[in-house]
Design a protein around this ligand. Structure first.
Ligand code: MAV
Length: 326
């Protein structure tokens, strides 16, 4: 597997390369995927919208296919203001810098798509954004996402008994491992670009992900069973390094903020619409066997205490209640 090259990073770092400066207004973006993925399309749309809204010259340099690494790398680049100026990122990949940010993508947070959309079109997540800016110097300029995350594995998992002891990869935020431990699985945090090989070599038996990414990176080749746990509807902030943003002229800053919001709406509609379609494509092509999970409601009861104590440890009980009550 060669889709994660990561080769471009060293050169960019030595090129004194926080991209934006007054003379050369180039904004560099990063995607782990090719041009067919909803994240890439959303970042392309973001660039078009900034261009439309801004009178001056600005160039976008979007690097695809994991050329600049994976999200866990991007977050460090954004925080330091080097190599990457903007991207789309799972909150759970930003946990090291802002421990409360993974609350917005913890499993079983949203009842359904209407709930998810209501939360994302409100300003209820503003306190988490403020913490991200303060602690990581990363700005949320919009929200995309909308894929449904399910379990994908090298052998069928159709009920709690089969989930018991399931060696699975989770994202780096501790809350992710806590939730899947509460479901009696055996989670470990593994870098996204190591997941394919880890399944292939039997280090893990599977992981959890959404259709767009499963299809784009061909994870079905090593994990051909997908179980509809529907444990998360993704929340994916479109983010920009604060260090980059502050260097932009004011009218470009305004264009970035407006474009981020609009690109988010575009991306949410796109990924939500394509999600079921992509799952069906993989099933039709016999790349995936899709299974229901017996007794999904039981899972909810098992994770709520974990969500509660996480929120409590962050002093975010009110916030979690506000999200649940929407
Ligand atoms: C999917 O590719 C995306 O949701 C991406 O944002 C995550 O980082 C990735 O999964 C992951 O599981 O790490």
């Amino acid at each position: 597997k060669t889709f994660f090259k990561g080769a471009g990073v060293a050169g960019l770092l030595t090129a004194a390369a926080s991209a934006a400066s007054a003379q050369d207004m180039t904004l560099r973006g990063a995607s782990m995927f090719d041009e067919d993925h909803a994240f890439t399309k959303t970042m392309v749309r973001f660039a078009e919208l900034v261009d439309e809204k801004y009178d001056g010259d600005v160039t976008f340099d979007l690097r695809l296919n994991g050329e600049l690494g994976v999200e866990a790398d991007y977050v460090t680049f954004l925080q330091q203001g080097v190599a990457v100026d903007y991207t789309i990122m799972a909150p759970s990949n930003m946990a090291t810098f802002a421990p409360s940010i993974p609350l917005m993508d913890m499993p079983f947070l949203f009842r359904d798509q209407a709930h998810w959309e209501a939360v994302l079109s409100s300003d209820v997540l503003a306190p988490l954004e403020a913490e991200l800016l303060e602690k990581a110097d990363i700005m949320v300029v919009g929200y995309t996402g909308g894929g449904v995350r399910n379990i994908i594995s090298n052998a069928p998992i159709a009920n709690l008994e089969e989930l018991n002891g399931f060696k699975m990869r989770v994202m780096g935020a501790p809350i992710q491992a806590q939730i899947f431990s509460a479901l009696t699985a055996a989670p470990s945090a593994i870098a996204y670009n190591e997941v394919y090989n880890a399944i292939q070599t039997g280090v893990i038996a599977g992981f959890e992900n959404e259709a767009a990414s499963i299809q784009n990176l061909k994870f079905y080749e090593v994990a051909p069973y997908l179980t509809l746990t529907r444990h998360a509807i993704t929340v994916r902030p479109i983010v920009m390094s604060g260090k980059t943003f502050r260097k932009l002229p004011e009218d470009l800053q305004a264009a970035v903020l407006a474009a981020g919001e609009e690109a988010g709406t575009f991306g949410r509609e796109l990924e939500s619409r394509e999600d079921a379609q992509k799952l069906q494509e993989m099933a039709d092509a016999e790349q995936l066997t899709v299974l229901e999970f017996e007794g999904r409601e039981q899972l909810l009861d098992m994770v709520v205490p974990v969500q509660d104590s996480y929120a409590e440890s962050l002093g975010a009980v009110e916030l979690l209640t506000a999200i649940r009550d929407m």
